[in-house]
Design a protein around this ligand. Sequence first.
Ligand code: MRU
Length: 339
Amino acid sequence: MITTIYWDQDAVVILDQNELPAQIKYIRCEDYHALVRAIKTLQVRGAPLIGVAAAYGLALAVWTSREESAALEDYYLRVEQDFAASRPTAVNLFWAIRRMRSVFDQCKGQNRAAIARSLLNEADKILAEDLAINQRIGDIGARLFKEKVRVMTICNAGALATGGYGTALGVIRSIHKNGNLQQVWACETRPVLQGARLTVWELSQDQIPVTLITDNMAAYVMSRGEVDAVIVGADRIAVNGDTANKIGTYGLAVLAAYHKIPFYVAAPMSTVDFNMDAGQKIPIEERNHDEVRQIRGMYVTLPEVKVYNPAFDITPGELLTAVVTETGIIRPPFFRTDI
Ligand code: MRU
């Protein structure tokens, strides 16, 4: 399985996902700013992996710092703010920052080197736990399917987007392992093509049968009865099931409902934002307009055309059949505890 991130003597090494599938290129981040940049530019991406990267980044920041005591605390706060400002939608980022903060706070009174070691330890734990969680999500989700299925997905919610195995692609991997996968329909996922570049590559590496379509082909493929389920990942899930995920997910959910195809979100519990009752308040990142004007760096329209480029959309919980988590299959009313 492909390694997306690891610690290597005084640095965090990441797989540069912008180079895939043309080349497998790793980058050494020797200061935390490089990791913040990597998150912003999608070299490291996918909600759980953004959380893992921020955890390693916080450890790296303390590891490479010269500050001690109160100055170290002020510095750590600034580093947290830099990571928090990198991408607003995936709640796993804020979850990881909080988890690292509790380790930092527990280390009060220790010297910088000891704090750095504890933070690095915690980042390693977050990474290892994420892999185990995804394997569990995969196995739980795969139990939903008792016969051969054709599954549609969007973006990349795979090993590349997580600590390994993947969420939506984790379920797909486990269905395949059980012998119940006929094939995957991968939507290309404009503007940045995570489906075409990453999902197709990742599934092909594991010999999982995949067919690529452009995003506007999904309705037609469904109408022909060629999709048995849609499985997607999530960047943030509100208590009522409203789900922020890659732009285009909402459209797929509407189409799935019309064609009576089950629509599943696969995500770790760290993607559920228990402070958010409903999806309207989930911050949606708007990215650089050239992502829409260009494809892989080449203008496909007028360079000055006005553009709107939301990176995510919100699928209403009512369109979800269920959320597959490491704790089990959660059905409506999803995460509400008041009933
Ligand atoms: O902009 P990206 O590539 O970070 O968007 C990723 C997605 O939307 C994924 O579906 C989501 O983060 C879940 S990854 C397991």
